[in-house]
Design a protein around this ligand. Structure first.
Ligand SMILES: *Cc1c(COP(=O)(O)O)cnc(C)c1O
Length: 397
């Protein structure tokens, strides 16, 4: 164990387990550890580093804003926050919601969900319907909406009155939603569950069901939004879906911490003066970072590139028989392995110079920077069979 690993173990709360690597530097889609080893980062800080590491436009925007005006609290306003709110509303606008949204900025995904959770309470109803396999964050409110028993158990009782239904099952959703339901919260794809994509039409059905009962449709696009799916949102700007609430974070700041709760249509004004607050949320530097990320995605055509590169990676990875299923849209990709060897595969990938993630025992997730080069993608596809050889005992294929 390196000195830094030992110090980590002594000084840091043991909530994440001991990290495998100490990273010291990044550039583009590459990172380096404290022993000088180089890796292609196919996880991107868990779907965060949309522009990779050290992108000059992001560095410039953050530096310039910090030199100009760094933090002011929400007792004052700044142009970057107003501009970012306008921009997000423009990006999320659908035929039915354009022009009538409002934004609340936060510092993380969980906080964006907390804000939206409070919006749902202002409907006068308290019941929420969420999906099995969901992940919405670790704060008490967000955890109440998160299905995983191992995360919830130690902290019960959790706030809320939450019913979980099987993900992707519109009939089960219809049976669970009543005239007392405040909101239905769904991820357009379930990221932490290993990238699960619901059947076509599921989210539109969720919209129809919620509308019928006067309940809000809340899409958690924290992992799927901001270009990750080859579109600004995986579902929230689909006119057939038109949600009331959309939460974003991860990719929004490209690595600078920022989240947002977008409330659309009538939901936009449910939170009233005094109902919610945050000291850091909407900080000018964080907003400048997000504006820079959006600007680069637009200027470099990264939505189109994400869609094309994602398809190429999925096709290449699926070619190995030890991969039984490949899921995802754009550069959020989940693989199911023919054996519960995801930890071994992640370790073998790391030894070969690639960082991937193993969210469940049989699933691998990759969520690389949207600026991943063809060269890096090709190198990973070329190394993939030998990574599986190293991880699978004997000849399973
Ligand atoms: C990561 C994530 C969150 C929580 O975001 P944090 O920034 O870790 O609090 C919530 N929902 C989804 C879908 C996520 O992927």
């Amino acid at each position: 164990m390196s000195d830094l690993q030992g110090r980590y173990a002594q000084a840091m709360m043991n909530t994440f387990g001991q990290p495998r690597l100490a990273l010291v530097r990044g550039a583009g889609a590459h990172v380096w550890d404290d022993a000088g080893n180089e890796y292609v980062d196919l996880l991107g800080g868990i779907a965060v580093n949309a522009l990779g590491h050290g992108h000059p436009a992001l560095v410039e925007a953050v530096t310039r804003q910090l030199q100009t005006l760094g933090h002011i609290s929400n007792l004052f306003l700044s142009e970057p926050q107003v501009e970012l709110a306008e921009k997000l509303l423009e990006l999320v606008s659908t035929g039915s919601t354009s022009g009538s949204g409002r934004v609340f900025f936060t510092n993380s995904g969980a906080e964006a969900n907390e804000a939206a959770f409070k919006v749902t309470r202002r409907t006068g109803r308290t019941r929420i319907v969420a999906a099995e396999g969901s992940f919405h964050g670790r704060t008490m409110g967000a955890l109440a909406l998160t299905a995983k028993a191992a995360y919830r158990g130690p902290f019960e009782p959790l706030p809320g009155d939450v019913t979980f239904v099987p993900y992707g099952d519109a009939q089960a959703l219809a049976a669970a939603v009543t005239d007392e339901t405040a909101a239905v919260i769904l991820e357009p794809m379930q990221g932490e569950a290993g990238v699960l994509v619901p059947p076509d039409g599921y989210l539109a059905e969720a919209r129809r069901i919620t509308a019928e009962h006067g309940a809000l449709l809340w899409l958690d696009e924290i992992q799927t939004g901001m270009g990750r799916a080859g579109a600004w949102f995986a579902a929230a700007n689909d006119p057939g879906v038109a949600p009331d609430l959309v939460t974003v974070a991860k990719g929004l700041g490209g690595g600078f911490p920022i989240g947002a709760c977008l409330a659309l249509g009538d939901a936009a004004t449910l939170l009233e003066p005094g109902n919610h607050g945050t000291t850091f949320g909407g900080n000018p530097v964080a907003c400048a970072a997000a504006l820079a990320v959006i600007g680069v995605i637009e200027a470099e055509g990264l939505l189109e590139r994400t869609a094309v590169l994602g398809q190429k990676l999925r096709d290449g990875l699926a070619a190995d028989p030890r991969v039984t299923e490949v899921r995802g849209v754009g550069l959020l990709i989940g693989l199911t392995l023919s054996a519960s060897l995801s930890a071994e595969v992640a370790a073998a990938a790391q030894a070969a110079g690639f960082i991937v993630n193993n969210p469940t025992p049989e699933r691998i997730r990759i969520a690389p920077p949207l600026v991943l080069t063809d060269e890096d993608a090709n190198a990973f596809l070329a190394a993939w069979p030998s990574i599986l050889d190293a991880a699978f005992p004997g000849d399973v294929s």
